[in-house]
Design a protein around this ligand. Structure first.
Ligand code: HEC
Ligand code: HEC
Length: 489
C-alpha cells in the first residue's frame, strides 16, 4: 500500500496506519464469544419478550434463491469517470489543509486514489473520500479497482485526526467546511471503531448515519432520532465489485434488493443533506453501477499447474458448484441464500441487521428516498458468493476470519488467533502461493498484546471462524487439486 493512501483514509474515514497519533486503545479487551444458538432465537434473546413480540419475520427476505430485479441502464465509461470525479461525498478536508498535511506525511503531491477533489458547500475545494477507500487496493504494483481494502485500518478514533486538520483551517469558508465534516465524524466515531485492521465498519456506519438523518428531508440531525448501533461494530470483509454482474442482490445478507444503483448511494449518507442533492447523485449512479458490473477479477499472477487444476475442477463441481455456481458451463451462479443454521458461520453481522434495531434501520431506509427505488430486506443467513477472483480476496468469509483458502477448506487448521504480517500488498512476497492468502502468523490465544491491532482474535464477538465446513472430507490430494482450480477462477 502506498503511504499517502493510508494518510488520507486516516483523515477521512479513520483508517490509519501511522503511529504518529495519540489515540488510546482502550476497549481493545472486549472479548466475547459469538452466539451459536439458532438465529431468530438469539436475535431476540437479548431484547427480551417485548421485542420478541414486536419482531415479526415478515419483513425479512426468504432463504433460498434470490430473485433477479431489473436494473436501470448506465454507461460504464461515464461511471468510471464519475467514480473518480463526482461529488457523491461532498464534505471533507479543505484542499489547502489537506495538502499541507500531506506534505508533512510524505513527498508526493498527487491526491491519493482513494480521494476525490470536489467543491464543498461554501464553494472551495475539499478533498473527500471516494468509494475506493474501501473498494480499491494497489496489488503487485497496480491499482485493482473493486478489490476490497483488506488492510484499511479502522481501529483508531478518527476524531483525533480531524482535530489535527482543524488546527490548520483558516478563514470562514475553510472553517465552515471543516466544521461540517468534523461534526459528522464526531457523531459516528464511536460506532466505527474496529478491533483489528482490515475488517470494515461500513454497515454500522450506515446505521449510525440513518439514526442522524430525517427520513423525509434527509437533513442532518445533530441529535440522533433513532437508537444508535452497537459500539462494537461486527466486522465485515469488503466483497469485490466484480461479483456485481452475477449478484441479484447486494451485501452478505443479500438485503439490498431492487435498484442496486440507488442502494449504493448509502455511501453518500455522510454528507448529502437534502433530497435535491441525492437526486443529483442518483442521475449518474446507474453509470457507476454499470461500470462496477463491467469489472473482471485480476488473473492469478503466479504459476498454475493446469493438469492439477483440471482434477480440482471435478471436486469443485461435486462439492461447491451447487451453492457457488459452476464456471465451466454447468449450473450458472444460483444466487443462493443459505440459512445460518446450515452454514454456521459467525452470526453477528446477520443478527445486528435482523434484530429490533436492524429492523428500525431497514424501516427508515424503506420509508426514505432510498426506498422509493430500492428495498432493504435482510435474511437469516448468508449469500454463497460467486468465487471469481477468489485467490485475491483473502482473508475469507464475510468477517474475514480465515486467512487463507487452504485453512477455509480444512477447518481444523484454521488459526484461532493470527496476526497480519503484510505491510505492502505490492510486494509479491507478501502473498502465500501455497495456502492462497496474505502472509500471517499463528499466535497463542491469550498470550498476545491486546493493543496489537494487527491481531485477529476469532474469540471476539462477531469475529468467529466457525462454520462452512465444506471441503473437510477431501483427501490431502483432492484438496490440493481444488486449491489449484480455485486459482483459475
Ligand atoms: C467505509 C467503507 C466503504 C465505502 C466508503 C464504500 N463501501 Fe461499498 N461496501 C463496503 C462494505 C463493508 C460492503 C459489504 C457490506 C455487507 O455485505 O454488509 C460493501 C458493499 C458494496 C457493494 C456490494 C458488493 C456485493 O458483492 O454485494 C457495492 C456494489 C458497493 N459496496 C459499492 C460502493 C460504492 C459505489 C461506493 C461509493 C459510492 C462504496 N461502496 C463505498 C464498504 C464501503
Ligand atoms: C451449502 C452451500 C455451500 C456449499 C456447498 C459451499 N459453500 Fe462456500 N460458501 C457458502 C456460503 C453461504 C458462504 C458465505 C459464508 C459467510 O461468509 O459467512 C460461502 C463462502 C465461501 C467462501 C468465502 C468467500 C469470501 O468472499 O470470503 C469460499 C472461498 C467458499 N465458500 C468456497 C467454497 C468451496 C471451495 C466449496 C466446495 C468445497 C464451497 N464453498 C461449498 C455456501 C456454500
Amino acid at each position: 500500500m502506498r503511504l499517502f493512501g493510508v494518510v488520507i483514509t486516516c483523515l477521512i474515514l479513520s483508517a490509519c496506519n501511522n503511529t504518529d497519533t495519540t489515540q488510546t486503545t482502550s476497549g481493545k479487551s472486549n472479548i466475547g464469544t459469538s452466539a451459536s444458538a439458532s438465529a431468530s432465537a438469539s436475535a431476540s434473546a437479548s431484547l427480551g419478550k417485548e421485542a420478541e413480540l414486536e419482531t415479526s419475520d415478515s419483513w425479512l427476505s426468504p432463504l433460498g434463491s434470490v430473485p433477479e430485479y431489473s436494473q436501470r441502464p448506465g454507461d460504464a465509461q461515464r461511471g468510471r469517470e464519475a467514480l473518480f470525479n463526482e461529488s457523491y461525498v461532498n464534505c471533507g478536508i479543505p484542499e489547502r489543509v489537506f495538502r499541507q498535511l500531506q506534505t508533512s506525511f510524505q513527498t508526493s503531491n498527487d491526491l491519493p486514489f482513494s480521494t476525490n477533489r470536489v467543491i464543498g458547500k461554501t464553494g472551495i475545494p475539499v478533498v473527500s473520500s471516494n468509494c475506493l477507500s474501501c473498494h480499491g487496493t494497489s496489488l503487485f504494483g497496480e491499482l485493482v479497482i473493486g478489490l476490497g481494502n483488506e488492510f484499511a485500518d479502522f481501529t483508531q478514533n478518527p476524531s483525533a485526526l480531524v482535530e489535527r486538520a482543524g488546527a490548520l483551517v483558516q478563514g470562514a469558508q475553510e472553517v465552515a467546511e471543516w466544521e461540517r465534516f468534523a461534526d459528522r465524524i464526531a457523531a459516528i466515531a464511536p460506532y466505527i471503531q474496529m478491533e483489528t485492521v482490515g475488517v470494515n465498519p461500513a454497515k454500522n456506519l450506515t446505521f449510525a448515519l440513518i439514526a442522524h438523518r430525517d427520513v423525509d428531508t434527509h437533513e442532518w440531525l445533530p441529535e440522533a432520532r433513532l437508537p444508535l448501533p452497537s459500539t462494537q461494530p461486527p466486522p465485515i470483509s469488503v466483497p469485490p465489485w466484480w461479483r456485481m454482474s452475477k449478484k441479484h442482490a447486494l451485501f452478505n445478507l443479500a438485503e439490498a434488493r431492487e435498484d442496486h444503483a440507488r442502494m449504493m448511494l448509502a455511501a453518500s449518507m455522510l454528507c448529502a443533506d437534502s433530497i435535491a442533492e441525492l437526486d443529483n447523485i442518483d442521475q449518474y449512479a446507474p453509470d457507476i453501477r454499470a461500470y462496477l458490473s463491467s469489472l473482471e477479477p485480476p488473473a492469478y499472477p503466479f504459476a498454475i499447474d493446469t493438469a492439477l487444476a483440471d482434477q480440482g475442477q471435478v471436486e469443485y463441481e461435486r462439492l461447491c458448484a451447487d451453492c457457488h455456481g459452476s464456471h465451466a458451463g454447468g449450473l450458472p451462479y444460483p444466487n443462493r441464500l443459505i440459512a445460518i443454521e446450515d452454514i454456521k458461520t459467525d452470526p453477528e453481522v446477520m443478527l445486528s441487521s435482523t434484530d429490533e434495531r436492524g429492523k428500525r434501520y431497514a424501516d427508515w431506509f424503506n420509508q426514505s428516498w432510498f426506498g422509493q427505488r430500492s428495498l432493504a430486506a435482510p435474511a437469516l443467513g448468508y449469500i454463497a458468493p460467486p468465487l471469481d477472483g477468489i485467490w485475491a480476496t483473502a482473508p475469507y468469509l464475510h468477517n474475514g476470519s480465515v486467512p487463507t483458502l487452504a485453512a477455509l477448506l480444512e477447518p481444523k487448521t484454521r488459526p484461532t488467533v493470527w496476526r497480519h504480517l503484510v505491510t505492502d500488498t505490492n510486494d509479491p512476497e507478501s502473498y502465500n502461493t501455497q495456502d492462497l492468502g496474505w502472509r500471517h502468523e499463528r499466535l497463542q490465544a491469550g498470550s498476545y498484546d491486546l493493543n496489537d491491532t494487527r491481531v485477529y482474535d476469532t474469540n471476539r464477538l462477531g469475529y468467529a471462524n466457525s462454520g462452512h465446513t465444506m471441503g473437510q472430507e477431501l483427501s490431502p490430494e483432492q484438496r490440493l487439486a481444488l486449491l489449484e482450480y480455485l486459482k483459475t477462477l
